[in-house]
Design a protein around this ligand. Structure first.
Ligand SMILES: NC(=O)c1ccc[n+]([C@@H]2O[C@H](COP(=O)([O-])OP(=O)(O)OC[C@H]3O[C@@H](n4cnc5c(N)ncnc54)[C@H](OP(=O)(O)O)[C@@H]3O)[C@@H](O)[C@H]2O)c1
Length: 347
């Protein structure tokens, strides 16, 4: 990884910042980094691993000499720059929903379907930050006892909506604590002291696009279009980490002890499940962690083949930046990503 030249489009965003934090701790000998954002951020300085780097405006010509382009901005930005990056010879790892469901684009969580990177044609997508923890937990269980149906209710933090939504929560909370009833309703609306049962736009069937993403993306990653999935995605006043209450129906009964053992053996999962001792994952504790945490594992008393899980993961790390870097590592380990150039383009 250290030999690569990596362009980060969206380097000033919530995910971009986490990406850079992970890069500096995971690869002490830094790869060559090219930090890109909109014209608003051009000239801004960001320190990565003790090096002072300058953000440049992303253009179609930004990708010369780049081996890997991580794009984390918006669908429009992905559509604008991904083809240019691929044309320049870079592999694109895209963080948005622009390409996820395209047949020629692998959608990858390395612990689950890492081999899918083999058939990429230049672009690899990462899933939505609520999909990733779901498939991480579902995969080892599905391998031994086919899943028929999943019902998932999420409790998603404001960082999932970007740096602007985090600022909204802070500002609205301060105003409320100061008894200022003139609460601002910027960004996603009133989120402090509130719960919002809408993430992304509504579709004709009454579900939101976020809920559709959880269903379609999970089916694609698990290679299991037959699994029925219904989600309700809810924004809660938490800064970082998404939680989900997940009800899974299997083909046959799934003993709790067997499920716990399977989840413990899954790379990237930590089981934290001693409810009587007050041990279960919570977003406050999981923020900053790489693993997906699972607890409250119990038999679903409403169905003989049912299991209930409580899943929490850091949406900025495994839900976005870390997963992207793990995909890059998967490509490198398979010999599918090699440095093309030796000249540095840092800063
Ligand atoms: N947050 C999560 O948990 C999460 C998880 C998975 C996927 N994602 C996806 O990741 C993407 C970014 O999310 P975020 O939370 O980091 O958002 P964010 O905090 O709002 O940051 C957006 C980034 O995009 C950049 N940008 C905007 N317009 C641009 C342009 N025309 N050219 C180049 N860069 C541009 C911004 O640069 P400026 O500073 O110059 O405006 C900023 O760096 C979204 O597609 C989101 O769906 C997010």
């Amino acid at each position: 990884m250290q030999d690569l030249t990596i362009a980060v489009v969206g380097a000033t965003g919530a995910v971009g910042a986490e990406f850079l934090r992970i890069v500096e701790t995971r690869y002490p000998d830094l790869p060559k980094l090219k930090l890109l954002a909109s014209s608003r951020s051009a000239g801004k300085h960001i320190s990565v691993g003790g090096k002072d780097l300058v953000v440049k405006e992303a253009t179609e010509r930004s990708f010369d000499g780049v081996d890997l382009a991580f794009i984390s901005a918006s669908s429009a930005v992905s559509h604008q720059f991904a083809p240019a990056a691929v044309a320049a010879g870079a592999v694109v790892i895209d963080d948005g929903s622009a390409f996820r469901m395209e047949e020629t684009v692998p959608l990858v969580v390395p612990e689950v379907n890492g081999a899918d990177v083999e058939w990429h044609q230049g672009i690899i997508s990462i899933p939505n930050c609520s999909t990733t923890p779901l498939v991480m937990a579902a995969h080892p269980l599905h391998q031994v006892n086919a899943i028929k149906r999943i019902v998932a209710d999420t409790y998603q933090s404001v960082s999932g909506a970007g740096g602007g939504a985090m600022a909204d929560l802070r500002e609205q909370s301060e105003r409320l604590l100061n008894a200022d009833s003139n609460t601002s309703k910027s960004g996603e609306g009133q989120i402090a002291y509130n719960v919002v049962p809408q993430i992304d736009r509504f579709l004709d069937n009454g579900y939101t696009f976020e809920e559709q993403k959880m269903r379609q993306e999970s089916q694609k990653i698990l290679h299991a279009p037959e699994i029925q999935i219904s989600a309700t995605c809810v924004r809660v006043p938490v800064y970082v980490s998404h939680s989900a209450s997940v009800h899974i129906e299997f083909t046959r009964p799934m003993p709790v002890d067997e499920a716990r053992d399977l989840l413990r053996a899954m790379p990237g999962i930590t089981v934290l499940d001693s409810p009587e001792g007050g041990e279960y994952p919570m977003p406050w504790d999981v923020a900053g962690e790489d693993d997906v945490f699972v607890g409250r594992i119990r038999q679903d008393i409403s169905h003989p083949n049912g299991l209930v899980l409580w899943i929490v993961s850091d949406n900025l790390r495994k839900g976005a930046a870390l997963n992207s870097l793990q995909i890059a590592e998967e490509l490198v380990s398979r010999g599918r990503l090699k440095p093309k150039h030796t000249s540095g383009v840092t800063g």
